[in-house]
Design a protein around this ligand. Structure first.
Ligand code: HEC
Length: 164
């Protein structure tokens, strides 16, 4: 009995292979992550000056210090309109109509009927009230609740700035 037990155990090992069981328990990935985190944490510790005071704050580098409008765009809009405004965000890939590509969008000439010459007002309206408020796709949601007036104006400028 014991013998059969061993044989069937070995047979099982042979069939399933041991790779998947060791893979699950392989701690090296966590260890690599831990090392990277530890290095990162150490790297941002300020080194005290000779008199024991903290060094003067340096301006953080560009990629860490997105301005508030860029941050809002990255977190609210980029998933559909793309990080660079090219309308290629992953969430918009299967939409029809597609999220507008702001790089090629000729907003001065291609506003929907009734908005001629009112570019800023049009862009602010669709951001705040959503696509359905201007006769466009309702997949463009109404974001007004997340914007103060000056933030909305800043976002309008950002959207226009994508155009090349
Ligand atoms: C869930 C996807 C999605 C998200 C997120 C999204 N949009 Fe849109 N947006 C769209 C779609 C789709 C359209 C195109 C509507 C149409 O053409 O009918 C659109 C259109 C627009 C337009 C109008 C352009 C035109 O062609 O008239 C502006 C401006 C705009 N979005 C700004 C924003 C801003 C700013 C944000 C973030 C606050 C945002 N969108 C977030 C899907 C999205």
């Amino acid at each position: 009995m014991n013998m059969w037990y061993r044989i069937s155990f070995l047979a099982c090992l042979l069939v399933t292979g041991c790779k998947s069981c060791t893979e699950q328990h392989d701690p090296s990935r966590s260890w690599e992550l831990f090392k990277a985190e530890q290095q990162g944490a150490n790297a941002i510790q300020p080194i005290l000056q000779e008199d024991g005071s903290l060094p003067p704050l340096e301006a953080p580098s560009d990629d860490l210090s997105l301005n508030p409008t860029d941050k809002k765009y990255a977190s609210l809009c980029a998933s559909c309109h793309g990080a660079n405004g090219a309308g290629d965000g992953p969430a918009g890939a299967s939409m029809n109509p597609k999220p507008t590509n702001f790089v090629t969008w000729d907003y001065n000439n291609k506003l929907p009927d009734g908005w001629a010459g009112k570019t800023d007002e049009y862009i602010a309206t669709i951001i705040a009230k959503g696509g359905s408020a201007v006769g466009k796709s309702a997949l463009m949601a109404a974001w007004g609740g997340l914007f103060k007036e000056e933030e909305l104006a800043a976002m309008v400028e950002k959207i226009k700035s994508f155009r090349q």
